[in-house]
Design a protein around this ligand. Structure first.
Ligand SMILES: Cc1ncc(COP(=O)(O)O)c(C=O)c1O
Length: 403
């Protein structure tokens, strides 16, 4: 079959009239670095989650990095260890290194494709400071077990919900169970501002540290310094003495990781549509699961369990051991028909060349390696039509009829 004109993408962008109006408003105000829209977006996102604080940053990677970097103010040392899943997007491990820590990998659960708590317990050492759990593809990680481990071992638990906006674990929104929840608003994600990220928390001290860390480690956390309003005067400006201007006084090694007003303008609108976006994606998920269920002998599907509510970033599929064909044969077939695909990330320590320096060997993470070599995903987003979903199903059927 030749190339198709149809394009069923893995991600989508929805900008409505309100978003466009707000972007224009930011441009007309001439205030394009962080200002009142960033403040508004942070508040709206925090309120949606029932938490006190949102701290907007420039990416999901930086959301992880600043969240992890708060540990430096809590007695951690450079080179201490943070446990992350072996299978997830590469940025999670990168962010830990950016923050001055070492990522230590736990294998995933073969059934949920998320970090396996039993494997976490096996990799803990006296240098472990935190668990950075990821809700891969929009499915909540095993929070009950992870909360137990982190509280019994006195570890910080951070949730990376970059792929899971609006997902729920036992009725609680993901990102609200651990000390902090981190999000990405990259263009391929469920809510998008083009580029951008956020950390949410209920903890006053962590919120202050996050605001400092995203702005080079600046000392002052007052509203005037944080929103950087050019006309207002910080009342604490010379609190360290006449010769120390707090605007250029830095208490920790930070990042340059702020969100701008145009991104925040888009984010404000995205929160208004969040429930609608999540529900449409879930409809697509259930439709595909139902239609592809006759092929379960060859395909592991993205099936929700009773205790959770998946918010699908995408539609992941893992080939079963019975599948008598290779992943690339199916993905190339789908791509040629205009159905975009992506591999399910790969095991970071053993399948990503950028981590070979850590010295792990193939076979160290059997579940992550299996999913990393036999899993792929296609789009499941709110702008995929029913006709496109039917086309996807027909494409699978066409490929699988040979087997
Ligand atoms: C789980 C996870 N965390 C963090 C990120 C990083 O987000 P960003 O691309 O906004 O830096 C991504 C992907 O993009 C991700 O999938």
């Amino acid at each position: 079959m030749g190339k198709s004109d149809r394009k069923i993408t893995v991600g989508t962008v929805s900008v409505g009239e309100h978003g466009k109006k707000l972007v224009l408003d930011a441009l007309n105000r001439g205030r394009i670095s962080g200002g009142k829209f960033v403040d508004e977006f942070e508040k709206a996102f925090a309120v949606y989650h029932g938490l006190k604080y949102g701290v907007a940053v420039s990416s999901g990677t930086d959301a992880d990095a600043v969240a992890v970097a708060t540990l430096h103010d809590r007695g951690a040392h450079r080179g201490d260890e943070i446990v992350v899943p072996a299978l997830t997007f590469i940025s999670v491990a990168n962010a830990v290194l950016h923050a001055g820590f070492v990522p230590v990998f736990a294998d995933i659960d073969r059934r949920t494709w998320n970090i396996d708590p039993a494997s976490v317990e096996r990799v803990l050492t006296s240098k472990t400071r935190a668990i950075l759990a990821v809700h891969n593809f929009g499915r909540p990680a095993a929070m009950d077990e992870l909360v137990d481990i982190s509280s019994s071992q006195n570890l910080m638990l951070i949730e990376d919900a970059a792929e899971a906006h609006g997902a729920r674990y036992r009725d609680r929104l993901v990102g609200t169970v651990g000390a902090m929840g981190t999000y990405s608003f990259y263009v391929a994600h469920i809510l998008t501002t083009g580029e951008g990220g956020m950390v949410i928390t209920d903890d006053d001290e962590l919120a202050g540290l996050l605001r400092s860390l995203r702005a080079h480690g600046r000392a002052c956390d007052c509203r005037i310094c944080v929103l950087n309003t050019e006309s207002a005067y910080c009342p604490l400006r010379y609190k360290y003495g006449d010769d120390t201007d707090i605007r250029f006084h830095f208490e920790r090694v930070g990042f340059s990781s702020k969100m701008n007003e145009m991104e925040a303008a888009l984010g404000i609108e995205q929160v208004e549509y969040m429930d609608e976006i999540v529900e449409k994606r879930r409809e697509n998920l259930f439709y595909l699961n139902e239609a592809l269920s006759p092929y379960r002998k060859f395909l592991e599907l993205f099936e929700e369990e009773e205790h959770e509510k998946i918010s699908p970033l995408c539609y992941p599929v893992v080939l079963t051991e019975d599948a008598p064909f290779e992943r690339f044969e199916l993905t190339v077939f789908l791509e040629q028909r205009g159905v975009e695909t992506r591999p399910m990330f790969g095991s970071i320590p053993t399948q990503q060349p950028s981590y070979s320096w850590m010295g792990y060997a193939p076979g160290d993470f059997p579940a992550a390696e299996y999913v990393g070599s036999r899993g792929f995903y296609i789009g499941c987003h709110q702008n995929i039509s029913r006709d496109d979903l039917d086309f996807v199903v027909k494409s699978f059927a066409e490929f699988l009829k040979e087997y």
